[in-house]
Design a protein around this ligand. Structure first.
Ligand SMILES: NC(=O)c1ccc[n+]([C@@H]2O[C@H](COP(=O)([O-])OP(=O)(O)OC[C@H]3O[C@@H](n4cnc5c(N)ncnc54)[C@H](O)[C@@H]3O)[C@@H](O)[C@H]2O)c1
Length: 385
């Protein structure tokens, strides 16, 4: 049992950044045991693209660029894309792995059942941001540490959101499709193409990504609103001109464009259900690069079909990879992509380096930087509680 493996030295090494309860006896022996570790990495396959760029680190083939380093230290490093189902490669390694690294782009879903099977598991690292693929409560109860590379791809996502806003506002995609299919029909595009200037844009969540998006939107001359658990620094509010809306349902009907920038938590799961979507402006545009499950899948399909949502764009789905019959693939007025916004080459270099830093700290028995912890000493980070 996990609790029997608890080691006081490891517990002491984990002073909390958010003052959780006293170190739990459930904490597994993180940082405690020296020696060789079994580390499993779950990434997407790159196949013929793997060798096209030496900095393409986030795939199975290049494995974050840490294989040589890990193996030179005597650790075992297994990397796979085969993550789902009881006969997957990941499932096979659950009983004896110590560390699991996964990315949100190709998430290793760590359910309570899998966590129970992973008796030696101590540390789950998200190479990127967003650890909702892990049952965080089960991880906390089992005394596991969950950490992500906070900040690693926030610029990448904010830039991508700006692009998606413009794609929707200007009704870009139908024009692009016309070019490919040999058509020329200006009217079919321009009857619902607008300027971004003067529109009201609201971000639900103004953390790292939300703030960067507001800064990037400032020069476009929009009315900027934000809703968050926390009011932002007045200096940044002044700089961006964004107004705080304490009540989400007061903000949403004012918005021409809504961008979602909260994590997926128990509070945000299904936040945009049928009732909430019905209260949005008719013709609203929505960009969601946060997590697919923040939306009620069918409610989005229905609202896109009726035109209540005039455009929906994002790169996050549930589950991932999205099955061929996922209804968002086929709904009208969408500009969806696979989960790509946070895995630019620049982002990959940052989250690979951040993962290596955390592994190095783990091997030395040192703490991570406080903002990287999602679960520590049996406690979830505040926004996940
Ligand atoms: N598509 C991608 O590639 C990609 C990449 C990075 C992050 N993300 C997603 O974006 C999310 C946000 O990332 P970030 O770096 O800005 O995180 P962050 O922690 O800096 O910001 C999240 C913000 O959401 C707010 N929040 C949380 N719960 C809330 C609630 N119930 N109501 C209102 N506000 C709430 C927090 O107070 C915080 O300000 C991640 O959790 C992840 O799911 C997606």
């Amino acid at each position: 049992m996990a609790m029997k493996r608890a080691a006081t030295s490891a517990i002491r090494a984990f002073t909390s950044s958010w003052n959780p309860a006293p170190p739990s006896v459930f904490t597994r022996g993180l940082h405690a045991s020296p020696g060789s570790k079994k580390i499993v990495g779950v990434f997407y396959n790159a196949n013929e693209y793997a060798s096209k760029n030496p900095n393409f680190l986030g795939c199975v083939e290049n494995a974050l660029g840490i294989r040589e380093w890990l193996e030179s230290k005597g650790h075992q490093y297994i990397v796979t894309a085969d993550k789902d189902g009881p006969h997957s490669e990941l499932e096979k390694h659950l009983p004896d792995l110590h560390v699991l690294i996964s990315t949100p782009f190709h998430p290793a879903y760590m359910t309570a059942e899998r966590i129970k099977k992973a008796k030696n598991l101590q540390l789950l690292i998200t190479a990127g941001i967003g650890s909702d693929h892990i049952d965080l409560k089960a991880a906390a109860d089992a005394g596991l540490t969950v950490a992500e590379v906070t900040g690693s791809n926030v610029v990448s996502v904010a830039e991508d959101e700006l692009m998606r806003i413009l794609i929707l506002v200007r009704n870009f995609l139908p024009g692009h499709h016309q070019v490919i299919s040999g058509d020329w029909n200006v009217a079919a595009i321009s009857y619902r193409a607008y300027d971004l200037e003067g529109k009201t844009v609201g971000t639900v969540g103004a953390g790292r990504i939300g703030k960067l998006l507001l800064q990037r939107l400032k020069p476009f001359g929009c009315n900027l609103l934000y809703h968050d658990r926390l009011k932002m620094d007045p200096e940044l509010e002044n700089q961006t001109g964004a107004k705080y809306e304490e009540d989400l349902d007061t903000m949403l009907p004012k918005c021409d464009i809504i961008v979602i920038n909260t994590p997926l938590t128990e509070k945000t799961k299904g936040l945009f259900d049928k009732e909430r979507i019905a209260k949005l402006k008719k013709g609203v545009l929505i960009v969601n690069n946060a997590r697919g499950a923040i939306m009620d899948t069918q409610a989005v399909v229905d609202a896109c079909s009726s035109g209540h949502i005039a455009g929906y764009s994002g790169d996050v789905w549930y589950p991932q990879p999205a099955p061929k019959d996922h209804p968002w693939r086929y709904m009208p007025n969408q500009a969806m992509t696979p989960h790509v916004s946070g895995t630019t080459i620049d982002a990959q270099l940052r989250y690979a380096a951040g993962t290596k830093d955390m592994l190095e700290a783990y091997f030395k028995g040192e703490d991570f930087i406080p903002q990287n912890y999602i679960v520590k000493d049996g406690e979830l980070a505040p926004q996940y509680r």
